[in-house]
Design a protein around this ligand. Structure first.
Ligand code: PRX
Length: 653
């Protein structure tokens, strides 16, 4: 493990001393009302965590009750074993018998401005039709299905249809390249790929089907591709392999029952970056995942039947799984979905959506908040945001300035903010305020939720004293935790359960203050957090060395006002290749093409050599400091050639 991040950043965070108790009007009506109520829940969760989660599980509909709440043998957990339920039936069928039958389940807005509303009854029908269509294509329980769609209701429909028949979905973010898609399809062994003729983003069509055609050329497991007509763009259709969504569902049956599935039946695989070049297929299963996503949606977002709930994440990320689709639909919420870019066609698009649909709960990322802040107060001020009652953030630490702007300008000072810490691996929010119960401190995700045993420890697993930096761990298993890495259980054990003996290691550094509040300090491994998205430095480096001009490359994170972190890459060229601004641009594009636009380096610096230790390891710590424009501090005695460092610092342009 790398050493902890510079203490400097911790000090900056800790200078923020102000506390913001939840507004009195909010507390009065809250599900968990006042600090004492949270303390009671917390005590229940600490005293008998299994009982706590068992009570939460009773809120779902089960086909067969569980025999054991938890079977735990480090590092493998089984939750609610012996039980059976269906996730899609919990998200849809069970709402049809009561007042939610004709309630809006999804209100969708496309980037060009059209809207669609699907009631629970209508969404249920679409899911049943598509589930039958998948079966007609030969998809059976346990088969993997790749989903590569824009943010349209069909993304949720496809996920729920898989869940209904017990197929395992793997959603791939539409911004990922054909190569990234191919790798994920192959790793999962997906049988079917679901895509669209395109999706709208920043006024242009993203040609998803072209990427699928490219990817499937070298994906032998794929027997069928389903294509949704979204943009009416011309696409190539491969007879026998490709099927239009609307044609399949036109002849499918709407009567298929939801399959009762074992609690531990795999629900989805979601790829995320780790500290090697190969993304990890994080595996989540059925019952525990739904129990905890539903509990957290209800309590962290203080959800009511009258809410219009908008989580702005794409379904390609875990936030889109847990808090656009599964958690909120299990709770019978009205979910708003928006297809496009936040400032398209104008910087007030988000606020226009809030106004038009009377959004009451808004959950978004700090990077978006910083971009809106920069765009100017006149945009939100020109819209009626009085429907908002609760705000949330996720994905990276929020700087106190952005936090206060969010509270004052967007929330009008009356909405609590929940800063939620969690990961692809945790499946559900683990550290967060409960909005009617937890005084907020801007920049802190506050306290572990009831039933969650998180702490900050040293390398031996011993808790560090308040105020000291340490490693963020979770001591006991939690229902929505990942079960393994698809096809690589060894990596699962090594990555998460071996670095600190007997505990789950998150990969984050953190510090607790004297009130027990958690301050997340960021990743301590080779994972970057760019605009709230995880990228591995190794992935970027292997893309760079795949370019014929590049001999060696090192990618590091550099602090960035808008993105949180930006990618800076140091590159040495092969003999005979000369540095040039055109080559820089070509390399940036090369990375975007290999991985996706989110990985495009903000900066490329050419160097004659990279700083290395005597054993040949690239000294990333030094490169991080060079990239940040700081004078290099700390121990450089193992550096092979000090002139290399001096040269890198000079190449500032
Ligand atoms: O470093 C933490 C940061 O995002 C990482 C998880 O990334 P990912 O798996 O892509 O999931 C993002 C959405 C859940 C964490 O290890 N992170 C996430 N939320 C916060 C955060 N850092 C600080 N504060 C947060 N609220």
């Amino acid at each position: 493990m790398d050493p902890l991040p510079a203490e400097k950043s911790i000090d900056v965070l800790l200078k923020e001393k102000r506390r913001y108790p939840p507004p009195a009007a909010f507390v009065k009506a809250a599900r968990v009302s006042g600090p004492a109520a949270r303390a009671r829940l917390q005590a229940r969760g600490a005293k008998a965590p299994e009982k706590f989660w068992e009570d939460a599980a009773r809120e779902l509909s089960w086909d067969k009750p569980w025999r054991r709440v938890l079977e735990w043998k480090v590092p493998h957990a089984r939750w609610f074993s012996g039980g059976k339920l269906n996730v899609a039936a919990n998200c849809l069928d069970r709402h049809l018998d009561g007042p939610r039958r004709h309630k809006a389940a999804i209100i969708w807005e496309g980037e060009p401005g059209e809207t669609r509303t699907l009631t629970y009854l209508q969404l249920h029908r679409e899911v049943c039709l598509f589930a039958s269509a998948l079966k007609d294509l030969g998809v059976a329980k346990g088969d993997r299905v790749a989903i590569y769609l824009p943010m349209v209701p069909e993304a949720a429909i496809a996920m729920l249809a898989c869940a209904r028949i017990g197929a395992v979905h793997g959603v791939v973010f539409g911004g990922f390249s054909a190569e990234s898609l191919r790798d994920r399809i192959n790793d999962a062994g997906a049988k079917v790929v679901i895509t669209a003729d395109g999706g709208w983003r920043k006024g242009a069509v993203v040609r998803l089907k072209d990427a699928v055609d490219e990817a499937v050329k070298s994906a032998p497991s794929v027997t069928a591709v389903v294509v949704l007509k979204r943009t009416n763009t011309d696409v190539a259709i491969h007879e026998g392999r490709d099927h239009w969504w609307h044609r399949l569902t036109a002849k499918a049956s709407a009567d298929g029952p939801a399959e009762p599935l074992d609690s531990e039946h795999p629900l989805f695989i979601l790829y995320t970056s780790g500290s090697t070049g190969k993304p990890k297929g994080v595996l989540h299963t059925t019952a525990g995942y739904l129990v905890q996503t539903a509990w957290t949606t209800k309590n962290v977002f203080d959800l009511r039947d009258t809410d219009v709930y908008w989580c702005t994440a794409d379904v390609g990320w875990v936030t889109g799984h847990s808090y656009v689709v599964y958690g909120p639909l299990a709770c019978g919420a009205t979910v708003l979905m928006y297809e496009g870019a936040p400032m398209q066609p104008r910087p007030d698009r988000f606020w226009e959506i809030v106004e038009r649909h009377r959004v009451s709960v808004l959950y978004t990322a700090p990077t978006a908040i910083r971009a809106f802040m920069k765009a100017g107060d006149e945009h939100p001020r020109g819209r009626d945001l009085s429907s908002l009652r609760l705000l949330g953030t996720v994905g990276e630490p929020i700087n106190p300035e952005a936090w206060r702007w969010y509270r004052d300008v967007i929330g009008g000072g009356r909405c609590p903010i929940v800063d939620t810490w969690w990961q692809t691996e945790t499946g559900a929010i683990l550290i967060s305020p409960l909005p009617g119960a937890t005084p907020a401190k801007p920049g802190s995700a506050t306290l572990p939720l009831p039933g969650v045993d998180a702490d900050v420890v040293d390398k031996a697993g011993k808790p560090v004293p308040p105020g000291s930096g340490g490693y963020l761990v979770v001591r006991r298993p939690w229902p929505a935790m990942l079960r393994t890495i698809w096809g690589d259980d060894e990596r699962y054990q090594a990555q998460y359960w071996s670095q600190i003996p007997g505990m789950y290691f998150t990969g984050d550094g953190a510090r607790k203050d004297k009130d027990g509040y958690f301050w997340i300090l960021g990743r301590i491994d080779d994972v970057l957090n760019v605009a709230g998205h995880r990228l591995s430095t190794m992935e970027i480096e292997s893309a760079l060395v795949g370019h014929p001009a590049v001999a060696e490359a090192a990618a590091v994170g550099r602090p960035d006002e808008l993105l949180g972190q930006a990618v800076a890459a140091f590159v040495t060229l092969k003999g005979g290749r000369l540095p040039s601004p055109e080559l820089k641009e070509e390399l940036r594009e090369h990375v975007a093409k290999a991985i996706g636009a989110i990985a495009r380096p903000s900066e490329i610096r050419f160097a004659d050599a990279l700083p290395k230790t005597r054993s040949g390891k690239i000294m990333r710590r030094l490169l991080r400091e060079v990239a940040a424009g700081r004078a290099v501090q700390g121990d450089v005695t193992t550096l092979e050639d000090l002139t290399v460092l001096a040269a890198l610092q000079k190449d500032e342009e």
